[in-house]
Design a protein around this ligand. Structure first.
Ligand SMILES: Cc1cc2nc3c(=O)[nH]c(=O)nc-3n(C[C@H](O)[C@H](O)[C@H](O)COP(=O)(O)O)c2cc1C
Length: 183
């Protein structure tokens, strides 16, 4: 099984989650690539069986670095004929979309569009989305948003409990994908 972790992170919250995904995969004996999506990064997602894509939530959507990566990918795959009407599933292709968010105004609701957006991208390629994960992250630089927002005091998040939750989710996904593919 070929696994790729792709993410962007400005203040390291999403990076911590991404590194934890990597640590858990390592513990489970899986090999993988992990890449922070820099400006001119490109890859062929169809080279992988399981792709983790992570972003901070910025104004309800993925970070612009992730948005432009997805746009480029969509253009490429449309040209390749990989975006088909009714989006038939491509066997052996799975994705997990995850975010970190601070939810200062409406809580988790303001993170949902970002994760659904990324999920729609994968579904358009025929990948099965096997995880949509939301991890709370401190709003670094604006203390008020980490103390008085909808989620209360979120300083220090993601914390160890948040990361333990990620461990469990990674193991569940591996089980699901391995069972589906009889690996
Ligand atoms: C400009 C900006 C806009 C943001 N917009 C949102 C938002 O709409 N909803 C939300 O829940 N968090 C929002 N956040 C908070 C970040 O999503 C959150 O702190 C995240 O964990 C940062 O991840 P990172 O450390 O990986 O960059 C925003 C942060 C910044 C800097």
């Amino acid at each position: 099984m070929k696994i790729l972790i792709l993410y962007w992170s400005s203040t390291k919250n999403t990076e911590r989650v991404s590194n934890r995904i990597a640590d858990t995969l390592k513990k489970e004996g899986k090999s993988f690539e992990i890449v922070k999506v820099e400006e001119d990064f490109s890859c062929n997602l169809f080279d992988y069986n399981l792709v983790f894509l992570g972003t901070p939530v910025i104004e309800f959507l993925p970070h612009k670095r992730i948005l432009s990566f997805l746009k480029e990918q969509l253009t490429f795959h449309r040209r390749e004929g990989n975006v088909k009407l009714c989006c038939p599933k491509v066997p052996g292709k799975y994705a997990v979309c995850y975010c970190t968010y601070s939810g200062p105004h409406t809580g988790k609701r303001e993170a949902i569009p970002a994760v659904l957006y990324m999920g729609q991208f994968f579904e358009h390629l025929g990948f099965v989305v096997v995880g949509e994960w939301y991890t709370v992250g401190e709003f670094k630089g604006i203390e008020k948003a980490s103390l008085q927002g909808k989620l209360g005091d979120i300083r220090g998040r993601p914390n160890e409990d948040d990361l333990l939750d990620i461990d469990n989710k990674v193991r569940e996904v591996l089980k699901e994908v391995e069972i589906a593919n009889e690996l």
